[in-house]
Design a protein around this ligand. Structure first.
Ligand SMILES: Nc1ncnc2c1ncn2[C@@H]1O[C@H](COP(=O)(O)OP(=O)(O)O)[C@@H](O)[C@H]1O
Ligand SMILES: [Mg+2]
Length: 333
């Protein structure tokens, strides 16, 4: 066990060194531009700095529900993180944590959806702007099935385009058919079906098509595969990874499955309970093989076990810390 823990530490150090190196590189580049003092280079530098406006910033974000009422409850406290803009490749961020730790709260604050939005204190910024409400740059996929019952698959997928109103009906239909195909449904067999005629997995495929057809730069997914059987879930994970590569968006993916968070994520934010905060940020191997193959591998399983041990340890440490605080408070009385 001790050895395993050390391996974990070593891995982390490797990751950190990598990060440091990247920062060094950037600084070096900037310095070079400074020295040359060339106007064209200055433009390039500004453009690059512009590129580097982070996708999402949480700055000490706290959300308290029912402020001032008897049932006042702080769901997340001082949550702070930054997701950088990686050119031509959005990042895939998994948000992992137990039920009730504030995962949906975080996601809906990014989406600008009430009553989670606005935060009680702190600052939520998307591409440098404080979030003021929902926007076309952010698309959301929920766990619960959210399509319109009275619309066919095709018309559900077309819905967002209709609202946007910048395409002819024929163009909308053509694009919707493309997306029905992309998410692994059949234009011939499924396009004219109604939602109740579809399995849970197919319904979530429709939900993904409805969201991604609008090409949001940020995709927010709240336990979208939580209700699916394990095999369907893995197929959905594969589809999602393929589409994510294509649309080059930044994905925030909420799950309470360690396997799922490790498989899908470039990075895992590990959340803890009461009130929710990030316990740890973990870099994990990218999903460069099919879900079923990769999740069977020893190396993958080891990362999952390490995270499970880490959660266990961090939660025990946190409990201890809270008990100490309580004891100290009791002693002071
Ligand atoms: N609108 C609300 N009013 C009051 N409490 C809420 C509301 N939404 C969520 N909560 C509480 O905040 C906590 C975090 O909720 P949530 O973000 O939904 O957690 P998760 O998605 O991790 O399960 C939970 O204890 C939940 O009961
Ligand atoms: Mg939730």
């Amino acid at each position: 066990m001790a050895d395993d823990a050390r391996k974990d530490e070593d891995l982390k150090d490797e990751d950190l060194k990598d990060e440091d190196l990247k920062d060094e590189d950037l600084k070096d580049e900037d310095l070079k531009d400074e020295r040359l003092g060339d106007d064209s280079l200055k433009g390039r530098r500004e453009r690059r700095e512009g590129d580097r406006v982070p996708v999402v910033v949480f700055d000490k974000v706290t959300k308290t529900y029912n402020v001032g009422k008897a049932d006042e409850f702080t769901a997340i406290k001082d949550v702070t993180f930054t997701v950088e803009d990686i050119p031509d490749k959005g990042e895939f961020v998994s948000i992992l944590g137990p039920s009730g730790c504030g995962k949906s709260t975080v996601l809906r604050l990014i989406a600008g959806l009430e009553p989670q939005h606005p935060a009680t204190s702190g600052n939520v910024r998307v591409y440098g702007q404080q979030v003021a409400g929902p926007g076309a740059d952010r698309g959301m996929v929920f766990q619960a099935y959210t399509s319109f019952d009275h619309r066919t698959v095709l018309r559900n997928v077309m819905f967002g385009l209709e609202c946007r109103g910048d395409m002819s009906r024929a163009e909308r239909e053509e694009l919707a058919k493309e997306w029905i195909d992309k998410v692994g449904l059949s234009v011939k067999h499924d396009a004219d079906k109604y939602p109740h005629e579809l399995s849970g997995g197919m319904q979530q495929r429709v939900a993904i098509a409805r969201t991604l057809i609008l090409r949001p730069k940020i995709i927010l997914m709240d336990e979208p595969f939580g209700a699916l059987d394990p095999l369907t879930r893995m197929h959905m994970q594969d589809t999602l990874i393929q589409l994510w590569r294509e649309v080059e968006a930044t994905v925030f993916f909420v799950t309470h499955s360690i396997d799922e968070s490790v498989y899908l994520g470039d990075r895992v934010y590990l959340f803890s309970n009461s009130p929710g905060k990030i316990l740890k940020e973990i870099d994990v191997p990218p999903p460069d093989r099919p879900a079923m193959a990769m999740q069977r591998e020893k190396g993958f399983q080891q990362v999952v076990f390490d995270i499970r041990d880490l959660i266990d340890r961090l939660e025990r440490e946190q409990d201890e810390h809270e008990r100490e605080l309580e004891d100290a408070a009791a002693a002071a009385r």
